[in-house]
Design a protein around this ligand. Structure first.
Ligand code: HSE
Length: 413
């Protein structure tokens, strides 16, 4: 019998216990042996829970119990999760986690310990909620060189943008609904400022390109500056605004990587991804584009990935099937000022004719956009593909005579 401990009884932890007991018989068939959750670690009291007898407050009870072979960490954040996970791996227990911050920041180190101790460290739930993406990249796309990954990686912001686009709903109201539905992080700033999507693209890029990509080396912008005016202009050119995390391998071997709200043409498979759904496009040299789609947040979808990892960890308990990537150095990441794409720019000016001439001088030919509510003193346009640095410098020059009201990158997926 394999005994499991669940660390944390929040949204994902309670979902993990629920999914586990709902499917226990089936899971045991798949694991090839009886399974049970022996402990649930939480600092809070749950006297009315049907699992009340399993709750413990002291992690050492779990660590020192040789019967526990798999620890499921669903607390989130670095402390105390990192210490618990590290100690569990060092003690020869496999760990599965939904904790994207932990994997994005400490993944290389924890994978190394897992390898040394011949145990597993799995983290399917850390990216894309219920969407299988980690195992498919690791195991099913192995025959490919992955050139690029781009995804809608945060359910909360996709939910908010969908409400803005479809219903003209304001940002705050949409965020409140996302929080009520249990999609948002404890501190929703991590969602709306792009930090959560940044952690997820770091994990995917580390996996795809074989070296750890640290969050601090990724240019990250959230959706707080996206306005309903921008949404309207972008709608007029048959496109949508989506928060995208993307990573591409350059010819030099460097990785270009970023998280930002981007304009996506309606014909792209990513443009039709709405509400809490996530989608991840993986561009392999043999497969071409493969898109993974599903619910990227929420209790049961995320718990589904955690429980599946628990079963895998039990099934492969005598061998380390963990993925690996090596640690890396900063030169692996291409400076973001060299990132190339087209740009959407919205400006206001008291002298529109002069602004148009300056736009032509700075950007050459551009595509002007219309909007039914366009004020007379406003221009919105899309440039050709240029490096980030050029776009930045041109906007600085423009802002001497006009006010830049919005700028978004335009991606071609
Ligand atoms: N807050 C995250 C999201 C949860 O909205 O996608 C899943 O990682």
């Amino acid at each position: 019998m394999a005994k499991i401990a669940v660390l944390g009884y929040g949204v994902v932890g309670s979902g993990t216990v629920e999914v586990f007991y709902k499917s226990k018989e089936n899971l045991e068939k798949k694991a090839g042996e009886p399974l049970d959750i022996k402990y649930i670690l939480d600092v809070r009291e749950f006297p009315d829970s049907p699992y009340a007898d399993k709750f413990v407050k002291d992690f050492d009870v779990i660590l020192n119990d040789p019967e526990v072979s798999v620890v499921s960490e669903v607390i989130g954040g670095i402390d105390p999760a990192y210490g618990f996970v590290r100690s569990a791996l060092m003690a020869g227990k496999s760990v599965v986690t939904s904790n994207k911050e932990l994997v994005a920041v400490k993944g290389a180190e924890l994978l190394k310990i897992a390898k040394e101790k011949n145990v597993n460290f799995f983290f399917e739930a850390s990216v894309g909620g219920g969407i299988p993406i980690i195992k498919p990249i690791h195991a099913c796309l192995e025959a490919n060189e992955i050139d690029e990954i781009a995804g809608i990686l945060n359910g909360t912001t996709n939910f908010i943008l969908t409400k803005m686009i479809r219903d003209g709903m304001g940002f705050e109201e949409a965020l409140k609904i996302a929080q009520e539905l249990g999609y948002a992080e404890r501190n929703p700033a991590a969602d709306v400022e792009g930090t959560d999507a940044c952690r997820k693209i770091c994990i995917l890029a580390s996996l795809a390109f074989g070296k750890h990509v640290y969050p601090e080396s990724v240019h990250t912008e959230g959706i707080t500056k996206v306005t309903l005016q921008d949404v309207e202009y972008i709608d007029s050119c048959d496109s949508k605004i989506k928060l995208i995390g993307c990573a591409r391998r350059e010819d030099s071997g460097e990785i270009s990587i970023g998280v930002f709200p981007a304009v996506i043409r309606n014909e792209s498979q990513l443009a039709g991804v709405n509400d809490v759904f996530n989608a991840i496009l993986v561009r392999g040299d043999a497969t071409g584009d493969v898109v993974f789609y599903g619910k990227g947040a929420g209790k049961l979808p995320t718990a589904s990935a955690v429980v599946s990892d628990i079963v895998s960890a039990v099934k492969h308990s005598d061998t380390s099937r963990s993925l690996t990537w090596s640690d890396s150095e900063q030169s692996f990441i291409r400076p973001f000022e060299k990132f190339t794409c087209a740009h959407y720019i919205r400006l206001s000016s008291d002298n529109i004719k002069a602004a148009e001439s300056e736009v032509a001088a700075l950007f050459g030919e551009v595509e002007y956009l219309s909007s039914k509510n366009r004020p007379e003193n406003e221009l919105a346009f899309i440039t050709k593909v240029i490096p980030e640095n050029d776009a930045q410098n041109a906007c600085e020059k423009l802002s001497q005579s006009a006010k830049i009201m919005g700028r978004l990158r335009v991606l071609d997926y």
